[in-house]
Ligand binder design. Structure first.
Ligand SMILES: Nc1ncnc2c1ncn2[C@@H]1O[C@H](COP(=O)(O)OP(=O)(O)O)[C@@H](O)[C@H]1O
Ligand SMILES: [Mg+2]
Length: 349
């Protein structure tokens, strides 16, 4: 047998024995005529070869989704392999069709059953959205917990420490005590002052007071000052839409504040930037914060870090978005978008 003949036998065996359905069509004057189908096609589509050959696709499958005929015509028209994927009501499966043109007017289509893949994909997506919902709940309850600890530290511990300091100062001022006790009292005063300062900075970390008292814009300004100024990076706050006009949930403000902090630390750590713009844009129902730097941009072989990943995941979970626009050696802009208000109970599946 010569090589050509051997190849023909090989193709014939392949066509007959392959487990995936294959159909061969001729396209003529808008009609798609069956030229041949393999045994797998007969089995999966529950049609016999002899009933198909010579028939028009649209007569055989009058209810078929348009994509299955389109893929054949497009493969021939564009003279290249085309594929489509979707539910087929006729065979009750999720199929992928790969159509190969055989110019001038024939096309072969191989159908791949993707039902299992689709099922595991939907199960995966469902799990992913449940995880995101959980992450959103965790973020919100973490912030609530931090805020309530901060307010206890402020209202109870802070108050008690101030009263204690007052009493110690009163004792110190009295002339009745001897020098040894006076020394000890002075040490206690210094200690108490230190604890008060530590308590204040702990409260600040847990729930920045400026955020609560003055709002997100001044809080971001203070943050930029604290993080960028010591590193000689200039910054500008550009704001559109006021907090009064478009009120933001406390939980959204604090989450965006913490994410902005991560972005500003990234600027210091990775960007070599000289200038930073913090753009705050409020619109009905939505707030966008962009941190733009004129540094080196994302490296070409950028390692995926947890900081940016966690910002993206948390924003997606809250119904927001995260986008990074980076130009190599020209800078980076990280854009966070989030709804102004988080509806209670929205996130648990
Ligand atoms: N402003 C920036 N300019 C340049 N590269 C950045 C910037 N922000 C982040 N990157 C790059 O993206 C990577 C991932 O950032 P991130 O997820 O925050 O992780 P980490 O800061 O822990 O490295 C960084 O390692 C860095 O290479
Ligand atoms: Mg980081």
């Amino acid at each position: 047998m010569d090589t050509k003949l051997k190849m023909n036998v090989f193709y014939k065996i392949l066509f007959e024995r392959v487990f995936d359905p294959i159909a061969l069509y001729k396209v003529d004057d808008g009609k798609i005529i069956f030229l041949d189908v393999n045994p797998a096609y007969e089995k999966v589509m529950k049609m016999s070869r002899k009933d198909l050959i010579g028939e028009n696709f649209f007569d055989v499958w009058p209810n078929a989704e348009k994509r299955w005929s389109d893929v054949i015509c497009q493969a021939l028209k564009q003279k290249r392999t085309m594929h489509c994927i979707g539910e087929s009501i006729d065979v009750n499966s999720y199929l992928e069709a790969v159509a190969f043109p055989i110019p001038p007017d024939m096309a072969a289509v191989i159908f791949l059953d993707r039902t299992k893949l689709k099922k595991s994909d939907s199960a995966f997506r469902k799990k992913q959205s449940q995880l995101r919902a959980l992450a959103a709940q965790l973020t919100l309850s973490e912030e609530n917990l931090k805020r309530s600890i901060a307010s206890d530290l402020h209202d109870k511990v802070g108050y008690d420490l101030i009263s204690q300091l007052k009493i110690l100062r009163e004792i110190e001022a009295e002339n009745l005590i001897d020098d040894e006790i006076k020394n000890k009292i002075q040490k206690l005063i210094i200690n108490t002052e230190n604890i008060i300062a530590e308590n204040r900075s702990l409260i600040f970390e847990l729930s920045p007071p400026v955020l609560k008292e003055a709002g997100l814009n001044p809080a971001l300004e203070e943050l930029a000052k604290k993080i960028l100024e010591p590193n000689e990076i200039n910054y500008k706050i550009i704001s559109k839409g006021s907090d009064d006009e478009f009120q933001t949930d406390d939980s959204v403000s604090i989450i965006l504040y913490r994410m902005s902090r991560e972005l500003l630390i990234n600027v210091v750590k990775h960007s070599k930037a000289k200038n930073v713009n913090i753009i705050i844009n409020r619109k009905p129902e939505i707030i966008t914060i962009a941190v733009e730097d004129d540094g080196v941009g994302l490296p070409e072989d950028c390692e995926k870090g947890f900081g940016l990943f966690s910002i993206r995941e948390r924003l997606l979970a809250l119904g927001g978005k995260f986008k990074i626009i980076s130009e190599y050696k020209k800078g980076l802009m990280a854009v966070m978008t989030c709804p102004l208000k988080i509806k209670k109970g929205e996130f648990l599946p």
